[in-house]
Design a protein around this ligand. Structure first.
Ligand code: TXA
Ligand code: MG
Length: 327
């Protein structure tokens, strides 16, 4: 569906929230803020609306979408055979960046789940989106609001630049607080399994539930839509040590951009150099935004310094592994 004009709405204006809700209820597409990344939302009970998400993103229809709901009390509308551990996790981590995979309720359109028998569900914590879900008494299917295979957007301006003309509206809710996509936890098998690492770690889930959690290293091929070449800027991205980057920088003939971790001492001063914060939450929040902006500088490559690799950094390293080539 080609939309001619995309409205830019703001969560600051009550009437804009009303407009966003009306568009969703009528089967249109609205990019909505979440705490992780901006989503491209459609009423999840409307097969036609959900189909138009795939058209706007240029994404294959076999890729399942996450349904965003207002609270754990809504789970029974979307899933069946819900194990008690789902409620334990919901109580602790919702609203928040944890997506639970459960067995899909038969009445959910198969377009939402790419024909799969499972469904991804989460309660987002952005107050404006929660308000829309509650007021409309709806669930919205929403993938990240990026064109297929590109970086997930963490600001309304980024969504607007990439998708204007293809969607009805973008609801500006400010920069995303978390900045990386949610953890996806599969609860449909006997053993809990993380399909995509995210802000909620396997350790946090295991500690809370007392059950073990697997994080398969090859999970990127397990699910359509979770493939290696996602999460990339257009510019080639390379990851290495600071010494490798500085050596490459001294040889480079064409302009390259660099992203360093923490300590800025003794770094060259240059318009194409960025430093990301030392603390993991602040690093994650800035990562996509930084890559997105550098991507628009028309440099020949972006060189990124390897950040720490401890358990807390699992999601950052997962995304960098998919996006970057080693030196
Ligand atoms: O933080 C997030 O999760 C963001 C915000 C908007 O909520 N959403 C997001 O959606 O990242 P998307 O579509 O870009 O990524 C969702 C991932 C895909 O890799 C998809 O394959 C997987 O979730 N997924 C969704 N439903 C699934 C299912 N039923 N079975 C297996 N994987 C599923
Ligand atoms: Mg995505």
């Amino acid at each position: 569906m080609l939309k001619s004009k995309t409205q830019l709405l703001s969560v600051e204006h009550k009437e804009d929230l009303d407009v966003a809700l009306q568009i969703l209820l009528k089967g249109g597409l609205v990019s909505v803020p979440t705490e992780t990344v901006y989503g491209l939302a459609a009423n999840a009970k409307s097969a036609a609306a959900v189909k138009s998400i795939f058209a706007a993103k240029g994404r294959p229809a076999s890729h399942p979408l996450i349904v965003h709901i207002a609270g754990a009390d809504q789970l029974i509308k979307w899933a069946i055979d819900i194990p008690p551990v789902a409620y334990v996790l919901a109580e602790r981590f919702w609203p928040g960046p944890l997506t639970l995979l459960l067995n899909k309720a038969p009445e959910v359109p198969s377009e939402v789940t790419g024909g799969k028998s499972s469904i991804g569900l989460r309660v987002p914590s952005h107050p404006a989106l929660l308000q829309l879900l509650k007021r409309g008494n709806i669930g919205v299917a929403a993938p990240s609001a990026n064109p297929y295979k590109r970086l997930s957007p963490t600001s309304a301006q980024q969504v607007f630049a990439e998708l204007q003309g293809k969607i009805d509206a973008v609801l500006d809710g400010g920069p995303c607080e978390v900045g990386l996509e949610s953890t996806i936890l599969d609860l449909t098998a006997g053993q809990m399994c993380i399909l995509r690492e995210g802000p909620i770690t396997a350790q946090q889930i295991a500690e809370l539930t007392g059950c073990s959690v697997t994080v398969p290293s090859q999970h990127d091929i397990a699910v359509p839509g979770n493939v290696a070449e996602h999460y990339q800027p257009r510019t080639p991205l390379f990851i290495g040590t600071r010494a490798q980057i500085l050596a490459r920088l001294s040889e480079a003939e064409s302009t390259v951009a660099c992203v360093f971790y923490a300590n800025t001492a003794e770094l060259p001063v240059n318009a194409y150099i960025r430093c990301l914060p030392e603390a993991k939450p602040a690093y994650a929040q800035a990562l996509y935004d930084t890559l997105y902006k550098l991507d628009h500088l028309k440099v020949s490559a972006i060189l990124i310094e390897q950040p720490p690799q401890g358990a807390q950094w699992g999601d950052v390293n997962d995304r960098l592994r998919r996006a970057a080539l080693p030196f």
